[in-house]
Design a binder for this molecule. Structure first.
Ligand code: 5RP
Length: 261
């Protein structure tokens, strides 16, 4: 493993590399978004190059589409492939039931559509993403720009009757302007601190007019691959009820770092 990668990137890299072992020739794959997912795209591209693996990738953001295409992965739209064998993506938080908070990279809408359209979802993460209770990471909620302040007020009103600790909400900014998602929507970040009932909150938020989708992924993730900086990985499978320990060795011939500065 290159010595100049920081420990978090090493952990993300080994999780990504282990998860890519699940990819088989001919698969239709959902390609997640974020720094951990970017490692996965690089590891996948390496297998495509080295093994001649034929896969069809459905990216969950423009960023991922550009990276995947630049590394030689065949990129398709979800409408072209319709249903996927596997999605591999990162997460901002996961709990013991493998429920997730996602959307730190503002791609939650496409990520949720793609993951839901997959036979299996594997989350790749460093160990810091595991939490006893979801909610320390602000929950992203995608809203349409029209009337967003009214939507924000309705979200805040809804939170009063929810089992959460904090109720501050903030429009995510990109410099002086609201951040725009790939679908030209805005993101509200809900600072909830602790979410008592993620399933209920996910359902209730999506009832509010103006809310497009929220970043709670409930019963969507099947497997989490947790990486450590020393190469250890832990693979937790919620359906099988198993946790396997493994180790990822970095081969000096790997050239997945070629596209990095
Ligand atoms: C993007 C996401 C990402 O998967 C999440 O933010 C984790 O990102 P990273 O791997 O960079 O920590 O949900 O919308």
């Amino acid at each position: 493993m290159p010595a100049d990668l920081n420990p978090i990137d090493k952990a993300k890299f080994v999780a990504a590399k282990r998860a890519v072992d699940y990819v088989e020739d001919g698969m239709k794959l959902g390609l997640g978004t974020g720094s951990t997912a970017a490692w996965m795209v690089r590891c996948l591209a390496e297998r495509v190059r080295n093994e001649g693996l034929r896969v069809r990738g459905v990216p969950t953001s423009r960023r991922t589409a550009e990276l995947a295409a630049s590394l030689g992965i065949a990129v398709h739209t979800l409408d072209e492939v319709k249903w996927l064998d596997l999605t591999i993506d990162g997460a901002d938080e996961f709990d013991r039931d493998l429920n997730l908070i996602k959307g730190g990279g503002a791609a939650l809408l496409q990520e949720k559509i793609v993951a839901t359209a997959s036979d299996r979802m594997i989350v790749i993460a460093d160990a810091a993403k595991e939490v006893a209770r979801l909610g320390a990471f602000p929950l992203p909620v995608e809203v349409i720009p029209f009337g967003w302040q009214t939507t924000k007020a309705l979200v805040e009103e809804t939170l009063v009757s929810m089992d959460v600790l904090g109720r501050d909400t903030a429009l995510r900014m990109n410099g002086e302007r609201p951040l725009m998602t790939d679908e030209a929507n805005y993101i509200l970040d809900l600072h909830l601190e602790r979410i008592g009932n993620p399933r209920q909150l996910a359902l209730v938020l999506n009832q509010i007019p103006g809310v497009v989708e929220n970043g709670l992924f409930i019963d969507i993730c099947d497997i989490v691959v947790i990486g450590e900086a020393d190469g250890r990985v832990s693979v937790r499978d919620i359906n099988a009820g198993t946790t396997d320990e493994d180790r990822v060795e970095f081969a000096p011939t790997d050239n997945i770092f070629a596209d990095l500065d």
